[in-house]
Write a protein that binds this ligand. Structure first.
Ligand SMILES: [Zn+2]
Length: 151
């Protein structure tokens, strides 16, 4: 029997790192599951227009999860107003839960942020955030789903 590959994902609810099976679906399945705008952003690495997303100005408390697979990504406590028109966070809930890759599209070199479990495009991370880490995770609202009940 082939070993099933798992990846470590942190759960806010349990406070533990759990070994989970990656979520891999075909493009057709994602198309059936997501709205056209969600599909364009999360599967085709699109970017929503600034100030148009539902979360850029959101101050509610909760957990921002991946819209595709429900992985916990950011806590509202890490959210700050960057003035960019996109929801911005100082850090993910865990470095396990996001994957950062080099993105050379559009004539720029940027650090693209993906959901570690399903590969959804979330946004980019920049080094102009607040000290001490100076990180600004610049996310698309479209890629996120805010769950309001904190543990
Ligand atoms: Zn995901």
């Amino acid at each position: 029997m082939a070993a099933v590959m798992t990846i470590p994902i942190y759960s806010v609810r349990t406070g533990r790192v759990e070994n989970l099976i990656p979520v891999i679906k075909s493009e057709d399945v994602w198309r059936g599951f997501l709205t056209p705008q969600q599909f364009d952003v999360v599967r085709n690495r699109g970017t929503e227009l600034a100030f148009t997303g539902v979360y850029h100005d959101c101050k509610k408390r909760g957990i921002y999860q991946c819209v595709c697979c429900g992985t916990d990504l950011f806590l509202s406590d890490a959210k700050f107003d960057s003035g960019t028109g996109w929801p911005s966070f100082s850090a993910p809930v865990s470095d396990h839960n996001v994957r950062v890759v080099t993105d050379r599209s559009h004539g720029m070199v940027r650090n693209e942020v993906l959901c570690a479990r399903c590969g959804a495009h979330l946004g980019h991370v920049f080094d102009d955030g607040h000290p001490p880490a100076n990180k600004r995770y610049c996310m698309n609202s479209t890629s996120l789903n805010l769950v309001l009940n904190l543990p």
